[in-house]
Design a protein around this ligand. Structure first.
Ligand code: 5GP
Ligand code: MG
Length: 182
């Protein structure tokens, strides 16, 4: 197997480490400004595992909000294929204690929209004060349900990407850049 971390590999890099840093800073700034203008100084960040773990870790360190709490839940719909099954499984969601809280859901990528639609519906059933959704990447051409995030790092074409937390069959999450899976 080709070593994708090899800087000389011929993979087309869609987002370099520098591109990613710029995107994260921009999104963090948008979120921080919105919280400030809404008078929100406590935020409950819900990181959707596994894909969003890298993005969430970078994002929370750039947010300028006084009190940040981080929760993790898991969502899966893909199995080991690169085609969405539309059958979303959510884990650890029953343990959340978020009544009256200000929630920011952090996800890696929006594809069909099934995961985030189901997840936000469930989160809202806990009656938090506010719910906002942030996704690092968005593939709007692939949407099969009506869903839009409040904050999007970058809109991308209909291609299957890996790296920066995103996997194919549990591989490539560790790549510091984002590339298209060939
Ligand atoms: P949705 O429910 O919106 O169809 O799918 C969302 C989930 O599918 C994402 O959280 C991610 O795990 C996976 N996914 C969608 N598109 C891609 C992609 O291009 N690359 C990878 N690695 N995962 C994807
Ligand atoms: Mg995911």
């Amino acid at each position: 197997m080709r070593d994708m971390k090899d800087k000389n590999s011929k993979n087309k890099i869609l987002f370099s480490e520098t591109d990613i840093k710029d995107i994260v800073c921009r999104v963090a700034d948008e979120i921080s400004q919105d919280c400030k203008s809404m008078g929100i100084n406590s935020l409950n960040v819900i990181c959707v595992l596994k894909g969003a773990f890298v993005f969430a870790a970078d994002l929370v360190r750039q947010l300028e909000i006084p009190n940040i709490n981080i929760e993790f839940i898991s969502a899966s719909s893909y199995g080991s294929s690169d085609v969405s099954s539309g059958n979303v499984k959510l884990g650890c969601i029953d343990n959340l204690s978020i009544f009256g809280e200000n929630i920011l859901i952090v996800e890696d990528i929006i594809d069909t929209g099934n995961t985030l639609k189901k997840l936000t519906e469930q989160i809202k059933s806990f009656e938090p004060n506010t719910v906002r959704v942030c996704a690092m990447f968005d593939k709007p051409d692939r949407r099969s349900v009506d869903f839009d995030a409040d904050y999007v790092g970058s809109v991308i074409p209909d291609e299957f990407i890996v790296g920066y937390g995103l996997d194919y069959a549990e591989m490539y999450r560790d790549l510091p850049y984002v590339t298209v899976l060939k």
